[in-house]
Structures are given as C-alpha cells and as structure tokens.
Write a protein that binds this ligand. Structure first.
Ligand code: SF4
Length: 904
C-alpha cells in the first residue's frame, strides 16, 4: 500500500494505491489524509482506470523518428544554447504546468531565471488562479490563502462565488454537505450565473450577470458601512485604505448595483443581511472569479468585505481561493509564474534577486518579469520566441484564441514537448518529444488549496524510457553547461533545496517558509506526512543528512512530522506582509461588462464537467468517467434555443470572432437567458470540432494577465445536419468521415456520436470502413431508404463487434443498453441489436448518473416510482451515490423531477 495524492484538482486528496499480485492497481481514499479523510470523488475513485499504457509516449522522438535519450537531450540543449547565443535570453521560453510536481517546477524555474537569465517561464496556472495571486499580493503583501478546509465546516455561512464546487472540487463540497447535515442552521449562498449542481443545496442562489461580482461585493462593502457594521477596531489596528475603497464602493447606488449584477434589490438585501449578521463566514472563490477581465478586482472586492468585518485568520472565517489544478499552489511557491521569483520573492526587488542568485550560486538572475501566457504565445507567433519547451500541458486546446496558438506553435522554429501522452493536439507540433513519467511513477510533492504539502509517491515502474520531469530538466541543464547546479540524484534533494530557500534569510518577512524541511534527508522525505505551511526552521525538528549544506537551525534531532505551534491560519495576529504590516483595502469599481450585439448575442461561459479533467488525456481513458458526458455539448436556455431555432439534441454551431465549434444542444432552465455554457475538455482527439478555446478571445485581466475565459460573446445556430448517427465499436476508429463526431471510451470499446450535413452516397461503404472489414464478421444491415434509416451490426463469433445506427433526426436508440452489449461476452439477439433496443426482459438504464456503480437515470427514476424519495433510499436500493457521492446532487434532481411529474 502506497500513500500518495490525487493528481487532479486543488483539493489534494490523499490516496492509498495498491498493486495486486497480478499487477492490477486499486485505489481508495486515505482515511488519515486531512484533506479528504478517506473520501474520493468520481475522478479520484477511477484513477486505476487511467494508468494504462494506451496512448503513452514511451520513447524520445526527434521529428517522426525514435531517438535515444542522449540524442534527444543533446539536440534540445544544443538548439536552446544556439538560440541563446544568437538572439539572447528573451528569445526562449518555457510553458509549464500546474500538473508538474513541485520539484519539477522548482528546477524549471531555477534553470530559466537563474541560469538562462530570463523570466520567460509561465504556466497553465496563469489560466487558473493568477488573479487570486494578484489579489492576495495587493491585499496581504504576499500570496497567502489564510484559512484551512476546516473553516468551511466551522463556518455558519459559506459563500461560493464562481465555483461549481459539487463538480470541480467534489470532496470539499462533500465536506460542506456533511457539515450542513450536522448543523442544518449553517447557510450556503451560491453566486453563479448558472444554476449548477452546487446550487441544489444552497439556501440562496444568486444568478448574477457574468462579471457582476465586483459590483456585488462593492455594494456589500457600502452596505456594511452605511449600516454601521464595520469592525472599526480591526480596521484601525490592522488595515489601511478603507476610505478610498468605501468611496469607490459608494459610487454605485443600490439601484446601480442591482442593474450591474442583474439581481433584484431584494436579493441583494437578503445576501447582504446574511453576510452582515453571520460572523463565521467563509467566502470561497474559484474560476468564475479568476477567469475574468476584472478577476483581480473581484478578489479584492471579496477580501475588502472580510477586512471590513475583521473576519480573517479566525476559525470559520476568511476569503478562500480554491485552485483548479493539483499543484497550482506548489507552482506559486517555487515562482513558476513569469512575474514571480522563487519562494515568494519578487523579481522587482533587488535584494530578493541578489538573495536568490546567491543561494543558487547562479551566473545570472532574471531582472524583470517575463512574458505571461497570452503574451508568450503572441511572441511565439511573431517570431520573438525561437525555442519553446512545453511541459505537461496542452496549450493548443487550453489557451484562448487556440487556433492562433496552434498556428504559432506550428510555425515556431524549435518546439520541445515533454509529456506522458503521445497524441495530444500540442505534441503533434513538437520537433522533439520527451517521454515523462506519470502519476503512480513519479516521486515528489504537491501543495493543495489549504497550503498542505503532500507526497506523491511511485508505486509503478516508469514504462518504456519515460523519466521524471526533474531528471529531464537536469539533463538538459547539464548539457547547457550548468552541471554543478543541476547535479541532483533524487526528488528529495530538490525538495530539500526548495525548502531551504524558503527559509533562507527569512526572518518572518515572507509567509511561505518551510525552512524546517531544508536539507531533509531521503528517509525523512520518504516518510513525510502531509503538512501545512508555514513550518519554520525553529518550529519543527527534522532528521537531516549530516552533510547537508542547508538550514543549520533545522539540523537537530528527529523528525516529528508535526508543527509544535500548530498554527494553521495566517493573519490571526492581524499582521500582514506589507511594509507597515497592515492589510490593504483596494478601491475597486466595476469594469464595463463584455457586451453582446446582434451578431454575437450570447455570452459564452466555459468550465468543467463532473467526471472529466482538463483535456481528457487521463480521464478520457476511463470508461466509467467517459459515460457521464460522452460528447461535447452546449447548454442553452430553452427560450434562447427557441429564438435561434435550436431543438434539444440538435447539433449547434457556435461562433465568435476568433473561431467556431460544433456541439450537441442541451436545453436547460439552469442556464441563464442570454448565455451559453460549454465544457473545456474536448480536443481533436475526442471530437471533430469542439475545442471551445478556439472561440475565446485572448483578452486578459490587466493586473494578473489571466485570460477572461468565461465571458465571450458568441452566436449559436442550428447546424443543418441531414443525418445523425450513433455507433459502438470494439476498436478505436481511425479517420472519421463526418462533419460532427464525439468519441468516448466505454466498457468493451468506444461509443461514437455522428452527424453530417449531407448524406453519404452509400452508407454501407461508410459502415464497413467504420466497423471494420474482419473476414470472420457478419455484417447485418437494415435499410429504410425512404425515411433515411439505416442500421448495421457487425457480429464476430456470436458477439457484438460493432454497430452503427443512422437516421435523419437525433437518434432514439438505447445507447446504454448497446454499450452494455459491447462489454457482454454472451451471444446476442441479432434482432434486438439490429433494432437498437433491448429485447424482452432487458432494459436500458438511461444516461449514467452514478459512475462508480454504473447506475443510470432510468433506474433512478424507476426507483423513485417505487417509492424511494431520498438520496439515501436510492443508495440503499441501487447503491448509487454511496461511494464517492459526486452524483448525489443529480440524484436529488431526478427525484425532484419525477416526484413533480407524478404530482402533475
Ligand atoms: S476532489 Fe476528486 S479530483 Fe479533487 S483531489 Fe479529491 S479525489 Fe482528486
């Protein structure tokens, strides 16, 4: 049994992984990990399904040919060195990732800022939480998340702003649900333009206009001030700038606030009353706040209200940023963003630069901020960047203006990609591909949203020639002439140096301090328990290697793994990291919201679905996870859909001034009128044209540089499909000759949705090319040419090998029953298969709701009809919702819908 950490979201759940005698892997939640206490969500529970070697990059490649590690590393070092010699340090860039481990991140940053001599290293974390970083630094003087997860349970009011916690941070959501069940008087407010699954347990859902958050919280500050509810003692002793912030906030009348937020004055008053009179309040914010042209101001508008009420640093209180990525926080600690130095030091501070350079014994140090993500790819496009190394991320899909980013990478003279996947939309443009070790193979640490550092430990051998990212960076650095500074033998050595730097000449001036672990030895690193920073050198005793050069103060005694002080919250003493140690109120005003017009009448919001992660390089391998949302979709309000002539399940063409895409229409009242929602996960590997970031403009927050990914004006129109198709297949299809398609893993193979603008001349030819031409296969066919219905079923040895169903309208075949037949080893009823519907005594379970136990919507509806009226009753009958609990909100929705239908 190996204790490790989930590689997905910023909750950072502890995982116990075990490799059986037959080599099979099983995972379960670590009951002793303080982030999750044994819980895992659907994604974490399915981790074992995502570690297969299918699609893995196993050997270095140069161009289209295989290469040895020496050959590939020599070429990377030589090309970067040549570009540096000819064009200087500003001509190279690294684009890295919140999926890297802290040790990898630390070295990438060290190489770029201390040895190459530029800060042109940025990360996909720029797309995730850069506005939170900027907001924290403005208010606190440092990038500090003050609270802990426990505060979410201790609070009497939890305010979720721009956060679909139920799907994006499910275990935190479960912790809130459990706390609310114990204390029903605890209140939850959800502020989100969409009525997401998170809203289902909310006492108040404010369906705010996109980007109305600054006005909402400025209005709250003004209301608190007007009502005499400011904490005057705290403000006087520990803050500055209230009057300016208050004056800015009072520029909006209550009526203005209502207009900008799209909320009624009664709704505003209800929220303001609740906030004002609930001392134990935590405000959680996530991508809906960060991914905005006013993201940093939103963060400060929220923090202003907590400072105004003195609700920070105490149990059950505080502003709380939760990160999307597993190690966005670790990246922040090592200075992985282009505008930061290592260990929370600042590029703009000469003393900090000198200190870091001296600590690293580096030949140089970046003297000014580098290019942030959007600017970096602009520089790639216009030729300023001539050598680019992309690590563990997929910018061709995830960056805004993704088509231009793709063109820029394709035109860049030298592109290196290190990744675990051989088939991403980015790696196909690489001149050199470097196979990285993946989750389960890597050794290192990650930091979660509550500042808790946990180990990721290997339990599998790295396959093929895959190597840890830190090793790859070191080998390139050594070949570039920096041998001594990159002569690490293990992840433990790197962590020891990173920890020592955090405590280096740190007399309390910097909040990030894990100096106690400076110089930690291999054995202690191996056993290291999850811990929250800070852990200063004088707070803990760590067993150290006797010859460590770092942190003499920590070189005493045995490792206890626990802080002696136990201080988990920042700012309890009212002391901040600004020059005068006071927190700063920031005067914020609403910026003009992005407007729609006649050509682009909808605001597009992008986000995540429950069971997928980023660009699906990992979750796309899991049949369980791929069933919940099996194709790209766009959520539209039914009134908008009617306005644009779009019906449920139609194919929709979405277009902006930057690009277009196709997705299935999903009509729902949960979607605010005038807006659309599309998930960010689909790539060219899983769909025909569904890269949503191709539509998103490269518009950024002026302070943080974070792209505004959630407010893009677009238009939606019905794609004039003449033919629709659904297929199940044992083997992954090659080239798919269709205008629209969405491919998803399922048990036993793949499922495929299709649509065409024009009919094929001969569907039999298409069916044969899709289903394969195995000589032993029987291809059964049914044609109703007059009505445009065609069905094909391929049977091999009595078993279903593949099936294709075609019709002129969205198909009503029994998808989940067909998927089950694919996985079933029994002989099948040919008639039922050809009809695409279950035979007598069989049933289609409907769209999968509970991924853990494969329970479908029809089963749940039937159980409700049989008298199950609660989630617990459904769990007792069908098991649904009893493992990870990620589907409980949806089960509730089905119960409510069916009870309503029964009552009507
Ligand atoms: S909430 Fe889910 S995805 Fe996030 S760390 Fe925990 S198990 Fe992983």
């Amino acid at each position: 049994m190996v204790k490790t950490t989930c590689p997905y979201c910023g909750v950072g759940c502890g995982v116990l992984a075990e490799v059986g005698a037959d080599g099979s892997v099983s995972v379960r939640g670590d009951p002793n990990h303080p982030a999750n206490f044994g819980r895992l969500c659907s994604k974490g529970s399915a981790l074992a399904e995502t570690i297969g070697l299918e699609g893995r990059l196993l050997h270095p490649e140069i161009g289209a040919r295989g290469a040895s590690w020496d050959e590939a590393l020599d070429l990377v070092a030589q090309r970067f060195s040549t570009v540096l010699a000819e064009h200087g340090p500003e001509s190279v860039a690294f684009y890295v990732s919140g999926q890297l481990l802290t040790e990898d991140y630390y070295l990438a940053n060290k190489l770029m800022k201390g040895f190459i001599g530029t800060a042109n290293i940025d990360t996909n974390s720029r797309l995730c939480m850069a506005s939170s970083v900027a907001g924290h630094r403005r208010a606190f003087g440092a990038d500090i998340v003050p609270g802990t997860y426990e505060d979410l349970e201790l609070a009497d009011l939890v305010v979720l702003v721009g956060s679909n916690l139920a799907w994006c941070h499910p275990v935190l959501y479960q912790r809130i649900v459990a706390a609310k069940e114990k204390r029903p008087e605890m209140k939850l407010v959800v502020i989100d333009p969409r009525r997401t699954m998170t809203s289902d347990i909310a006492d108040l859902h404010l369906a705010i206009r996109p980007d109305g958050d600054v006005a909402l919280f400025a209005g709250l500050l003004a209301w608190l001030a007007r009502s005499g509810l400011l904490d005057r003692d705290f403000i006087a002793a520990h803050t500055s700038g209230l009057e300016d912030a208050r004056a800015a906030a009072e520029e909006l009348s209550p009526a203005d606030t209502a207009a900008v937020t799209g909320l009624t004055e009664a709704e505003l008053r209800a929220f303001y009353e609740l906030f004002a009179h609930t001392e134990r309040t935590v405000t959680v914010f996530s991508q809906g706040v960060n991914q905005s042209i006013s993201g940093t101001d939103k963060v400060n508008a929220i923090i202003n209200c907590h400072l105004a009420t003195g609700r920070i640093g105490r149990p059950g209180m505080g502003p709380f940023s939760v990160t999307g990525q597993p190690n966005a926080m670790g990246g922040r600690e090592v200075g992985g963003l282009a505008n930061m130095l290592a260990a929370h030091m600042e590029i703009g501070n000469g003393a900090h630069r000198e200190r870091v350079q001296r600590f690293w014994n580096a030949p140089t140090i970046a003297a000014r901020p580098g290019l942030k993500a959007v600017d970096m790819f602009r520089a790639v496009a216009d030729g300023r960047i001539k050598a680019l190394w992309i690590m563990a991320t997929n910018p061709v899909d995830s960056m805004p203006d993704a088509d231009r980013v793709r063109e820029a990478i394709a035109a860049c003279p030298f592109v290196v990609v290190s990744d675990i996947s051989a088939e991403t939309d980015t790696i196909r443009h690489a001149h050199v591909k470097l196979p990285a070790a993946g989750w389960g193979e890597k050794d290192g640490t990650v930091t979660n949203s509550e500042r808790r550092i946990s180990r990721q430990r290997p339990f599998l051998d790295a396959p093929g020639e895959a190597r840890p990212d830190w090793w790859i960076i070191c080998e390139v650095a050594k070949r570039m002439g920096f041998r001594a500074a990159f002569a690490y033998a293990s992840a433990a050595e790197i962590f020891a140096e990173h920890a020592a730097l955090s405590g280096f000449e740190n007399d309390g001036e910097r909040g990030f301090d894990i100096g106690a672990y400076g110089g930690i030895n291999e054995a202690s690193y191996e056993e290291m328990e999850p811990f929250q920073w800070p852990v200063r050198a004088d707070e803990i005793e760590v067993a150290l290697s006797p010859d460590t050069p770092f942190s003499a103060a920590a070189r005493r005694g045995e490792m206890s793994g626990r802080t002696k002080g136990g201080a988990l919250r920042f700012f309890a003493d009212g002391r901040f990291f600004t020059a005068d140690h006071k927190a700063r109120f920031i005067a914020v005003r609403p910026t003009p919201q992005r407007e729609t017009d006649a050509e682009f009448p909808l605001i597009l919001n992008t986000g995540r679905v429950r069971d997928h992660w980023h660009t699906m390089t990992r979750t796309g391998k899991s049949p369980r996870l791929s069933q919940h949302s099996a194709e790209p979709f766009v959520e539209l309000n039914p009134e908008d859909a009617a306005r644009f002539g779009i019906g449920d399940a139609d194919i929709v063409r979405l277009a902006s001034r930057h690009g277009e895409m196709l997705a299935r229409a999903l009509l729902t009242e949960r979607q605010r009128r005038g807006s659309a929602f599309v998930p960010m996960h689909w790539t060219d590997e899983f769909s025909a044209r569904a890269r949503v970031d191709a539509l998103v403009a490269p518009v950024t927050d002026p302070i943080s540089g974070q792209p505004a990914s959630k407010t893009m004006p677009v238009r939606a129109e019905r794609f004039a499909a003449r033919m629709f198709g659904f297929a199940v297949l044992r083997a992954k299809p090659g080239l798919i000759d269709a205008d629209y398609w969405g491919l998803a893993r399922c048990r036993g193979g793949w499922r495929l949705e299709l649509a065409w603008a024009a009919e094929h001349e001969d569907w039999q030819v298409f069916a044969r090319s899709l289903l394969g031409n195995e000589p032993t296969a029987d291809l059964l066919a049914y044609h109703d040419a007059a009505n445009g219905r065609h069905r094909f079923v391929s049977i091999t040895c009595g078993r279903l090998a593949g099936a294709l169903y075609l019709a002129r309208a969205p198909l009503a075949v029994f998808r989940n029953w067909l998927v089950e037949q694919l996985a079933d080893d029994q002989a099948h009823s040919r008639l039922a298969l050809l009809a695409g519907r279950p035979g007598k005594g069989q049933a289609d379970h409907g769209a999968i709701v509970c991924s853990c136990f494969g329970v479908g919507a029809s089963q749940i509806a039937a159980a409700v009809g049989d008298g199950c009226a609660t989630v617990e009753a459904i769990g007792a009958t069908l098991q649904a919702g009893t493992n990870c609990g990620s589907c409980c909100a949806e089960i509730n929705t089905i119960i409510a819908a069916n009870r309503l239908a029964a009552a009507e």
